[in-house]
Design a binder for this molecule. Structure first.
Ligand code: NDP
Length: 279
C-alpha cells in the first residue's frame, strides 16, 4: 500500500491564510527586514520569495541588499539600526554569508525579540529549556505538519544535527514527549537507527540516501532534504518511491517541508510583532 502524502503546499497555504487574517485584524503592519549580503543567486531567489510572501500576508517587507565586500562591522551596524527601528518586528540575515563575516557575531547581534529565524543563542537556549521562543522556521514547519499526530512516547530519529534544522528539530520533538535519537555522519548504524523509529526526520542533504528498507512498516517519514541532481531534478534525502511503499505517511520533495519554511517565517514575524508591541 502507498503512504498518505503529507501535503506541505496545502498546509503552508492554510498557515499563510491564518497569518494574513491575523494581520488584517491589527491596527499596524508587522515589519520584516531581510538582509542579503552579496550576489548568491539561490539566496536572491529565496529573498525575493520571502519578500513576496510577506507582502501577500500584509506584512511590510524591507529587503536590504549589501555588497559582497561588506565588512562585519558594517553588517553589525545595519543590524543595530534594525534592532532600534520601531517599525521592524523581525530581522532575518540570509545565509550563507561571505567569508569575512562571522555568522556567530551576526547572530549575537540580532535582538532576540526580533529573531524570526530562531537562530540566536537566546532563542536556541529558550527552546532547549522548553520555554516559549521564536523557533527556527523549518523545524517549526515540520511540527505543523505533525500537528495531528500523537507524538508522546513515539520513537523518533532525526538525521542531521545542524543548528538550523537537526538540533532544534530534536528539541521540539523532545518537548513534545517523543523519545528522540539524533543521528549524524559519525553514527555507526544509520539504517538500524531508522528501522527502530516510528518517525524519521531526514535533514542530511544527501540525495535519496535513506532507502525504503531503512523504514519501519507504518512509520511517518518527513524529508527536509532538498538536493538538486545533475539532471536538474529536485529530490529529498529519502528515496521517495521506495519509502512510500512502506511508510504510513510521507512528505514529498518538492511540496513537503519546503513551503512550510516561509509560512513559518511569516508566522514568527507576526508572533514577534504581537509580543514586542504588547498586543
Ligand atoms: P548541514 O549541512 O548543515 O547539516 C547536515 C547534517 O547531516 C550534519 O549534521 C551532518 O553530520 C549530517 N550528515 C551529512 N552526511 C551524512 C551522512 N552520510 N550520514 C549521516 N549524517 C550525515 O545541512 P542543513 O541542516 O542546513 O540542511 C539539511 C538538508 O535540509 C539540506 O538538503 C538542505 O538543503 C535542506 N534544508 C531544507 C530546508 C527547507 O526549507 N525544506 C531548510 C533548510 C535546509 P555531521 O554533523 O556529523 O557533519
Amino acid at each position: 500500500m502507498s503512504a498518505r502524502i503529507i501535503d506541505g503546499k496545502l498546509a503552508a497555504a492554510a498557515l499563510r491564510a491564518r497569518v494574513a487574517a491575523t494581520v488584517t485584524g491589527l491596527s499596524f503592519r508587522p515589519g520584516l527586514a531581510v538582509v542579503l549580503v552579496g550576489e548568491d543567486p539561490a539566496s536572491k531567489i529565496y529573498v525575493r520569495s520571502k519578500d513576496r510572501a510577506a507582502a501577500q500576508a500584509g506584512i511590510m517587507a524591507r529587503t536590504i541588499y549589501l555588497p559582497a565586500d561588506t565588512t562585519e562591522a558594517a553588517l553589525l551596524a545595519q543590524i543595530a539600526a534594525l534592532n532600534a527601528d520601531p517599525d521592524i518586528d523581525g530581522i532575518l540575515v540570509q545565509m550563507p554569508l561571505p567569508p569575512q563575516i562571522q555568522v556567530d557575531a551576526v547572530l549575537d547581534a540580532i535582538d532576540p525579540a526580533k529573531d524570526v529565524d530562531g537562530l540566536t543563542p537566546v532563542s536556541a537556549g529558550r527552546l532547549l529549556a522548553g520555554r516559549a521562543s521564536l523557533q527556527p522556521c523549518t523545524p517549526r514547519g515540520v511540527m505543523h505538519l505533525l500537528a495531528e499526530m500523537e507524538l508522546s512516547g513515539l520513537r523518533a530519529v532525526v538525521l542531521g544535527r545542524s543548528v538550523l534544522v537537526g538540533k532544534p528539530m530534536a528539541a521540539l520533538l523532545t518537548n513534545a514527549n517523543a523519545t528522540v535519537t539524533i543521528a549524524h555522519s559519525r553514527t555507526r548504524d544509520l539504517a538500524g537507527e531508522c528501522r527502530r523509529a516510528d518517525l524519521v526526520v531526514a535533514a542530511i542533504g544527501r540525495p535519496e540516501m535513506i532507502r525504503g528498507d531503512w523504514i519501519k512498516q507504518g512509520a511517518v517519514v518527513i524529508d527536509v532534504g532538498i538536493n538538486r541532481l545533475a539532471d536538474g531534478r529536485l529530490v529529498g534525502d529519502v528515496d521517495y518511491a521506495e519509502a512510500a511503499l512502506i511508510a504510513d505517511a510521507i512528505t514529498p520533495v518538492p511540496g513537503g517541508v519546503g513551503p512550510m519554511t516561509i509560512a513559518c517565517l511569516l508566522e514568527n514575524t507576526v508572533t514577534a510583532a504581537l509580543i514586542r508591541r504588547r498586543v
